[in-house]
Design a protein around this ligand. Structure first.
Ligand SMILES: [Zn+2]
Length: 142
């Protein structure tokens, strides 16, 4: 398969709104932000204006360490939506951030056979259209 599609719809480019702009601006600078609730102390991701644990509005941005461990994954061999079809196979994953939140993402630079539950990961960022989306690679890769 060849021929990267030019133009046409993309299904992986997130839209920033007024609230999530802070998150995407940080991502563009290579920083992963999470939200932490001052009322119950728990962190969450993807960012919300209310704490999903106790519904408090007293939630602030916090820079995450970028450290995570692999919780589960699925190797995607087929995805017909552009631009994913040019990228298969890829590793769709759920990771546990060191700060607590569980996050859906993608593991890169890691062979299928190397994937292990609990393996250490570090955040990296991939340019997608005009934004950078967080992905994770094995921490032993630096
Ligand atoms: Zn809370």
């Amino acid at each position: 398969m060849s021929g990267a599609p030019q133009g046409g719809p993309r299904y992986d480019e997130p839209e920033a709104d007024a609230f999530t702009r802070t998150y995407w601006d940080a991502a563009a600078r290579g920083r992963l932000l999470i939200r932490r609730c001052a009322a119950c102390g728990r962190a969450h991701h993807y960012p919300r204006e209310f704490c999903p644990h106790c519904w408090s509005e007293d939630v602030v941005w916090e820079a995450a360490s970028g450290r995570a461990t692999l919780y589960t994954w699925s190797v995607v061999h087929r995805n017909d939506l552009p631009p994913f079809r040019d990228r298969t196979p890829y590793v769709a994953a759920v990771v546990d951030l060191a700060e607590g939140p569980r996050m859906m993402t993608e593991v890169v630079e890691c062979g299928e056979a190397e994937l292990r539950v609990g393996m250490g990961l570090r955040a990296a960022f991939r340019a997608v259209g005009s934004v950078a989306v967080p992905v994770f690679r094995p921490s032993h890769r630096g």
